[in-house]
Design a protein around this ligand. Structure first.
Ligand code: ASP
Ligand code: MG
Length: 420
């Protein structure tokens, strides 16, 4: 049995959904398909949640109607290209959107993170409904399965943690394949807490969902279909000389995603590596290309790999009373950041100051307010963290030469530079 995951950039148009159909039709195995929201829908839904928090009804309705039109257009395109019965999916799209409108009417300003789960999950519900409808009518028999029925998480809305044991026992029997030709379609990114409320696994979390499903169902492999030919050693939009890495070990892939290579969500590798399930990253546009195979093979050596993280903030925490920062405060500060689910990308300390680099965002600002209770906190925002594995002086000069370096850390194989 195989698991395929398709991201929002692949299924952002009727042509994209048709192409998904083509790829699915070529698979002769039992298949589970995991989809994220189409195009930029998740960003738009985040704006709906913000409007709900601000009680801005006009804005909520305006964005939701835009989201509706976008999905109706995709259905129209599919109907034109393939079969007119796809039009019937518009009714399901409308009821899913109406449900969110009702939710926003009843839950103004209740709890930002809770509402996020209930509102932003709409993107995946819409895309999976359309993809399943299309595949079932045009490609091969398929069944839509709601991921919230098995992906079980804690109640940390927006960055929920998955309970693997509970998820595994709920998964038993869900993908039973009574008929091997049939395939299942489900959503990435979403799950539910023990009370049944919808939770999300963090932005770009669909890869992680797909990895969990592949690992816990004992799939033969997971393929992530992307708008790039595989895993490259740098982002081709930023570094034109980027090249394809045909093979990677789980360790390489885990490290690269941690450093910010735009290939897959950071947590994707672990569940697969633990059960030794190969991961393929392949081109959505040209499915015949070999792509990248990630497995327990030998580690990558000598090829330089460049990863960048934008929108970073460097937080410097100084004790108010001259106590030594490292001994007295490090653990407490780290626990505060962990409570806000912030991932520390770089850490540096001097006797009187701890400096940490994390993604900037709503939670970061809340954490800074809390850190200020016990310490003096300064920060620099709008920074970029660049990591070069197998670096040379020439590469450092090339990518960071003419910019202000706030922090530079290096060991024999890796250099990490925080740039303004
Ligand atoms: N749709 C979600 C996001 O854009 C999840 C994903 O794409 O993986 O973050
Ligand atoms: Mg997405």
């Amino acid at each position: 049995m195989l698991v395929y995951k398709f991201g929002g950039a692949s299924i952002n148009s009727p042509e994209g959904v048709c192409n998904l159909g083509r790829i699915v039709s070529k698979c002769e195995d039992k298949l589970i398909v995991v989809v994220s929201a189409m195009g930029k829908t998740t960003n738009m839904l985040e704006a709906v949640n913000a409007a709900c928090f601000e009680r801005n009804t006009d804005e909520i309705l305006r964005i939701l109607s835009e989201i509706g039109d976008y999905h109706y257009n995709i259905i129209d395109g599919l109907a034109e290209m393939n079969c007119s019965t796809v039009q019937g999916l518009k009714g399901s799209v409308k009821s899913l959107i109406d449900e969110v409108i009702r939710f926003t009417e009843n839950n103004r300003n209740r709890d930002f993170d809770y509402c996020y789960g209930q509102i932003v999950s709409l993107g995946e519900l819409l895309s999976s409904t359309i993809v399943n409808g299309y595949v079932n009518m045009v490609v091969r028999t398929s069944k839509l399965v709601d991921a919230r029925n098995f992906i079980t998480t804690d109640s940390q809305f927006r960055e929920a943690r998955v309970y693997f044991d509970k998820t595994e026992s709920k998964l038993a029997g869900v993908f039973s394949f009574p008929d091997a030709t049939k395939c299942y379609i489900t959503q990435g990114f979403i799950g539910s807490n023990p009370d049944g409320a919808t939770t999300t696994l963090g932005r770009e979390g669909s890869d992680y969902s797909a990895a969990i499903i592949a690992a816990l169902t004992g799939a033969d492999s997971l393929t992530i279909w992307k708008d790039v030919p595989g895993v490259l050693n740098a982002d081709p939009k930023l570094f034109p000389e980027a090249e394809l890495l045909p093979e990677l070990s789980y360790k390489d892939a885990a490290e690269l995603s941690y450093y910010g290579a735009q290939v897959m969500h950071q947590k994707t590798v672990k569940p697969l590596a633990n059960r030794n399930i190969p991961l393929y990253v392949k081109s959505f546009v040209d499915a015949g290309l070999p792509g990248t195979a990630i497995s327990s093979k030998k580690r990558l050596r000598n090829v330089p790999v460049i990863a960048t993280k934008k929108n970073q903030i460097l937080i410097s925490i100084l004790p108010k009373d001259f106590s030594f920062a490292l001994e007295d405060a490090l653990l407490e500060n780290l626990l505060t950041l962990q409570r806000y689910r912030l991932k520390i990308h770089l850490l540096q300390s001097t006797p009187l100051c701890i400096s940490l680099c994390v993604d900037d965002g709503r939670n970061t600002r809340l954490a800074i307010d809390e850190l200020r209770i016990d310490g003096v906190v300064r920060y620099n925002d709008n920074l970029e963290l660049i990591t070069i594995r197998n670096y040379t002086e020439h590469l450092i000069e090339q990518y960071a030469g003419n910019r202000e370096k706030l922090i530079m850390q290096r060991d024999r194989s890796t250099v990490r530079i925080l740039l303004r």
